[in-house]
Design a protein around this ligand. Structure first.
Ligand SMILES: C[S@@+](CC[C@H](N)C(=O)[O-])C[C@H]1O[C@@H](n2cnc3c(N)ncnc32)[C@H](O)[C@@H]1O
Length: 271
């Protein structure tokens, strides 16, 4: 395995931090291990040589390939279920059925989180609840995860913790032993590449979920991103972070509802 020198390591950490907010300063061995195959692929014997190639690659494909190796994409269906309970009990019943509702799931990984939400919505609709059109936008910087997420295909074990009724209603078995979420679930989600260090100004959302992503960011980047999320939220919009991620309880922009659930303060939007 090619060892990364101190100056090379610093260069890479700075690049990942400045461009993507990722703090990899304690992940030296992991970086060497995860980039090993890429260095072999380009037949280079040092990280310096690899970085030279990276800098001259105008297509951006090499950077994309590197990010696909370095991001941590662990996720599963029904993760942190108290958040979905809050959406079901506190948010959805109060929606105006004639107004479309927009959700942004930032750092969606392989899609388990957005599809959990899509299945909840489908279940509620089937039980007779009238909901407005709900658009779920799911974004990530890992393009391999995004492409896989779009297919809605998972190993059978991945759906083991879903209610049996959902498995019957929303999943179908494929001949290779995997399962695929049905069209009625997949069509609810639009997947897009997006780096949360950059503005996502296309639309204003009623709900942003960014769970288990900012845990890898330092406080400075996190604060920038909270401001960005605030800019992307509708008045009284909700922000849900991972259970291990907390904005300070008396935040100037957000009111705290417990369990890492926040809401844009009314006075902030000048109401
Ligand atoms: C641990 S997964 C969390 C997945 C899901 N939100 C959950 O809670 O199960 C973190 C995801 O954040 C993504 N990520 C990391 N940095 C990002 C950035 N700057 N912009 C967008 N996504 C990012 C990673 O690629 C990864 O898929």
């Amino acid at each position: 395995m090619v060892k990364i020198r101190d100056d090379e390591f610093q260069y890479l950490c700075e690049l990942l931090y400045q461009s993507y907010g990722l703090n990899m300063r304690k992940k030296r061995v992991l970086i060497e291990y995860r980039l090993m195959n890429i260095l072999q692929k380009y037949q280079v014997n040092s990280f310096q040589e690899y970085f030279s190639l990276l800098r001259t690659d105008k297509s951006g494909k090499m950077k994309e390939e590197m990010l696909n190796k370095l991001t941590t994409n662990y996720s599963f269906f029904m993760r942190e279920p108290q958040h979905f309970e809050f959406i079901k009990k506190e948010i959805l019943p109060k929606l105006c059925v004639s107004k479309p509702f927009s959700v942004w799931i930032a750092g969606c990984s392989y899609g388990q989180e957005c599809y959990t939400l899509a299945m909840i919505l489908e279940e509620l609709r089937l039980s007779g609840m009238v909901l407005p059109p709900i658009n779920i936008y799911a974004t990530d910087i890992n393009t391999v995860a995004l492409e896989q997420a779009k297919t809605g295909i998972y190993p059978k074990e991945a759906i083991a913790n879903l209610p049996e009724l959902w498995r019957k209603r929303f999943c179908r078995s494929l001949s290779d032993g995997t399962i695929q979420l049905k069209e009625c679930i997949r069509k609810q989600v639009t997947f897009e590449y997006h780096n949360i260090m950059e503005p996502y100004d296309k639309r204003k959302f009623h709900l942003i979920m960014c769970r288990n992503v900012l845990i890898y960011f330092d406080e400075r980047s996190r604060n920038k991103i909270y401001q960005r999320f605030y800019n992307s939220l509708q008045p009284k919009g909700f922000l849900i972070l991972g259970m291990a991620e907390m904005i300070l309880q008396n935040h100037v922009l957000f009111k705290y509802h417990g369990a890492s659930i926040y809401q844009v303060k009314e006075s902030v939007h000048g109401e």
